[in-house]
Write a protein that binds this ligand. Structure first.
Ligand code: NAP
Length: 491
């Protein structure tokens, strides 16, 4: 059902969200009394104000997490798993309201918000099951004289920082394994989209998470609040999802006290279409890889590299699909493309498209911002994009598909790998040996082979090169929150 801005249902969903800081199991105002505004990117208007944490609030949150750590580490794994499982059930039972809330603060269409919420909840279900599978090892030393006992223990207090583009899933991907492993935490959501995280904290409390295990500090001063916590030394782990630039700065800060780190950073995904590809499947995959989240995804296809023999046909089909997409407020029925998150993000898309056109690219469809309130940009296909264009080097984070051509497999792989990023690559081919050869040669942590979607809570998500360190999800996801202790046993 479509919602008009400010409708009773929208207001009811907003009124139900806690707007304070969540410290030691209670919601409270910032010590300074300051608040920050959360805006609707489809109207530019403020939806609600939430408490704006100061460095003192951050320290209080850390103290609460430190105090809760020993008790939580001692909680039986089954009980920790059951908290996650109950949270999964609660999220899924409230998906309609949570989706409306997410769409209001972030802009994506309701159907996509539901998709993200399902994905987010699945991390809780997955890690509920992993909580009871933390094992160790007992082994005989090679010379038979002694024994090795290897145990897995929680890392300890974690600092978690998440971005605005997936306001709930980027949180559950960290909170799920941290809870499963027995770690307490301070999480700082993005200031543009804190509401989904606040709603999630309330659900986890309802699911039985003990006080102090999860503390939420929303702030407009991310650096000032987080740096003292990173340098404090009592937190033992930092997990960050966001841009490579901020990730790099946080790695430097974490070096001070040698924190364990997980970094899920930026991407510049190549999308390769070979001459033998099933073109309709490639276009379908392109629509998913490009248009999920309006292109505001680290996994978004950023560069389309298409074999010369099929480039025109691919561009025609993609342009037709992109032109048919309905742009509008994400709460409206049938809308497939919402607004970008803010004016600055849209301005960057305008600049990148302008740069490509100045260098000779042709606009096949779209190519401009939409007038009126909100930060809308039309779905765009560019052809004949020279490889020197800025949008082949930088994350577009918008609904723009730039197409370049290649002639040989080696040329395609070289172009795909010509980036400091290495999160995900996509390739479409019907030839098995080419599929495997190219998958091996692509420098990325993940490859979408004949698919435009790689994200799955049961699979290891993460990048290589400057796209990050560590993996989230899958059976390795919990490793990031566990230490290994070895006991040498003298019999
Ligand atoms: P961002 O600017 O790096 O911000 C990410 C988070 O870091 C936000 O919570 C932000 O707070 C916080 N932050 C900023 N400066 C900080 C500092 N000095 N100290 C501590 N925290 C700080 O990234 P974004 O624009 O929100 O998100 C988009 C980026 O995330 C893209 O590069 C995208 O590729 C990447 N991303 C990667 C993945 C992945 O899994 N690899 C997933 C999603 C997104 P504020 O809100 O206050 O700025």
């Amino acid at each position: 059902m479509s919602e008009t801005p400010g409708s009773d249902r929208e207001q009811a969903v907003l009124d139900a969200v806690p707007t304070g800081l969540f410290v030691g199991g209670s919601w409270r105002p910032a010590t300074s009394g300051a608040k920050l505004a959360v805006d609707d990117p489809s109207t530019g208007k403020t939806l609600v104000e939430v408490a704006d944490a100061t460095p003192d609030d951050g320290r209080a949150a850390l103290a609460a997490a430190v105090a809760a750590q020993p008790g939580f580490a001692a909680m039986p794994p089954r009980e920790r798993g059951e908290i996650l499982r109950r949270a999964f059930d609660l999220i899924m039972s409230r998906i309609d309201d949570l989706a409306l809330l997410m769409t209001l603060e972030m802009g994506k269409p309701i159907a996509e918000s539901k998709g993200e919420i399902t994905y987010a909840a699945e991390f809780f279900r997955w890690f509920a099951e992993e909580a009871v599978r933390i094992d160790g090892q007992y082994a005989v030393a090679p010379n038979g004289a002694s024994r090795f006992l290897v145990m897995r223990q929680p890392v300890g207090v974690c600092l978690l920082v998440t971005p605005w583009n997936f306001p709930m899933a980027m949180g559950t991907r960290k909170i799920g394994p941290a809870v499963a492993a027995g770690c307490t935490m301070v999480i700082k959501p993005a200031q543009q989209t804190p509401l989904s995280m606040h709603a999630l904290a309330a659900i986890l409390t309802e699911a039985g998470l003990p006080d102090g295990v999860l503390n939420v500090v929303t702030t407009s001063s991310a650096g000032k609040v987080m740096e003292p916590l990173i340098r404090d030394g009592r937190a033992r782990k930092l997990s960050f999802t966001g841009s490579t630039g901020v990730g790099r700065a946080l790695l430097e800060q974490a070096a001070d006290k040698v924190l364990r780190t997980s970094m899920e950073l930026g991407g510049n995904a190549p999308f390769l279409v070979f001459a033998d590809a099933d073109l309709d499947a490639a276009v379908e995959g392109a629509m998913t890889a490009k248009m999920r989240n309006m292109g505001e995804a680290c996994t978004a296809a950023n560069r389309f590299l298409v074999h010369r023999s099929v480039a025109d046909a691919f561009a025609d089909k993609l342009a037709e699909r992109m032109a048919a997409l309905r742009v509008g407020r994400g709460t409206d029925d049938g809308v497939q493309v919402g607004p970008l998150v803010d004016a600055k993000s849209r301005e960057k898309v305008v600049e990148l498209v302008g740069d490509a056109v100045d260098r000779g690219a042709t606009v096949r469809v779209g190519g401009d911002a939409v007038d009126g309130p909100g930060w809308f940009y039309r779905p765009t296909v560019l052809t004949g994009v020279p490889l020197e264009a800025r949008l082949t080097k930088e994350e577009i984070f918008g609904p723009v598909a730039p197409i370049s051509v290649f002639d040989t497999d080696d040329e395609a792989v070289a172009a795909a790998n010509d980036t400091e990023f290495g999160l995900v690559s996509y390739l479409f081919t019907e030839n098995l040996s080419r599929a495997l050869r190219v998958s091996e040669a692509l420098e990325s942590g993940m490859v979408g082979l004949n698919t435009g979607l790689v994200s799955n809570p049961a699979a290891p998500f993460g990048g290589i090169k400057q796209s990050g360190l560590g993996r989230e999800g899958g059976s390795v996801g919990i490793e990031e929150y566990l230490e290994t202790k070895y006991v040498a046993v003298n019999l």
